[in-house]
Design a protein around this ligand. Structure first.
Ligand code: ZN
Length: 130
């Protein structure tokens, strides 16, 4: 999958995961070398920034799917993160919160990826690649 195809694929996934009204930037730089992808968000806006890592190209289709779904699901959590960051939690509690949210997002992303067709979107036909 080249960069243009990757961007289209992520847009398709974002649309089918309820993020149609989000601006999703896709960059191929600044990703942690240990990650397939990472995500950032712009505070107070429906604007996500997916960073694709060097490991992406070598990952299996299933791992690519679940990684992108994982990062997109984090965008749905943006209001929660914004709220939690205002609470001034101590670092240990914040780490616990982060671990719990990673378990939730990872479990959901693997489950969704199992029902997601890399070439044509959701396998039930609701989403199709343009
Ligand atoms: Zn995560």
């Amino acid at each position: 999958m080249n960069k243009t195809e990757t961007k289209k694929y992520i847009r398709l996934m974002a649309d089918s995961l309820g993020l149609k009204d989000w601006k999703i930037e896709v960059n191929f730089t600044d990703c942690d070398p240990n990650c397939i992808a990472q995500v950032g968000r712009v505070y107070g806006r429906k604007w996500g920034q997916i960073r694709i890592g060097e490991k992406f190209d070598k990952a299996s289709e299933k791992d690519k799917k679940s990684a992108i779904i994982h990062e997109l699901l984090h965008l749905h959590q943006a209001p929660m993160y914004n709220f939690v960051e205002t609470l001034g939690l101590n670092p240990e509690t914040m780490r616990t919160f982060d671990v719990i949210t990673e378990y939730i997002v990872d479990g959901l992303s693997v489950g969704i990826a199992d029902n997601y067709n890399l070439k044509g979107g959701i396998t039930n036909g609701k989403a199709k690649r343009s």
